[in-house]
Design a protein around this ligand. Structure first.
Ligand SMILES: O=C(O)[C@@H]1C=C(O)[C@@H](O)[C@H](O)C1
Length: 151
């Protein structure tokens, strides 16, 4: 059965490519999503993407994934460091997830060192640039036990 992956990008990641390129690189979000879709296809998996600057929209999309998505790959952006609500949504839908950050958050400001998600993530990838998305999707498809699907 083909695995279904949901790729979620949080606030300001729509600016990828032009936003602090020394930190986040020059690859655009469109390029990241296009590459992810091609990679998933090559692995016989399906992949949907969402980017939102709104916490509630991310939460609603996580709820919609319940019973349909096998693994979530999420870069919550700044919500990583603030959002109990996104943590609760991920735990509530019981979908395994991989947390990814383009930058090495542990090498940056102290407020970026804490994540509300990491202790519940199947894996956490930081500092790999946008290559982290490639790693996360490969890992999600090949190694993460899928969520229980709706009967
Ligand atoms: O490295 C990243 O992808 C993360 C992206 C952001 O937008 C920041 O708020 C996080 O602190 C780091």
């Amino acid at each position: 059965m083909a695995k279904s992956i949901l790729l979620i990008n949080g606030p300001n990641l729509n600016l990828l490519g032009t936003r602090e390129p020394d930190v986040y690189g020059s690859t655009t979000l469109e390029q990241v999503e296009e590459q992810a879709k091609k990679q998933a296809e090559s692995l016989n998996a399906s992949l949907e993407t969402i980017q939102s600057n709104w916490e509630g929209k991310i939460i609603d999309r996580i709820h919609e994934a319940r019973g349909k998505v096998d693994v979530i790959v999420i870069n919550p952006g700044a919500f990583t460091h603030t959002s109990v609500a996104i943590r609760d949504a991920l735990l509530g839908v019981e979908i395994p997830f991989i947390e990814i950050h383009i930058s090495n958050v542990h090498k940056r400001e102290a407020f970026r060192h804490h994540s509300y998600l990491s202790d519940k993530a199947e894996a956490v990838l930081v500092g790999l640039g946008t290559f982290g998305y490639t790693c996360a999707i490969e890992h999600a498809v090949k190694n993460i036990k899928p969520a229980k699907k709706a009967q």
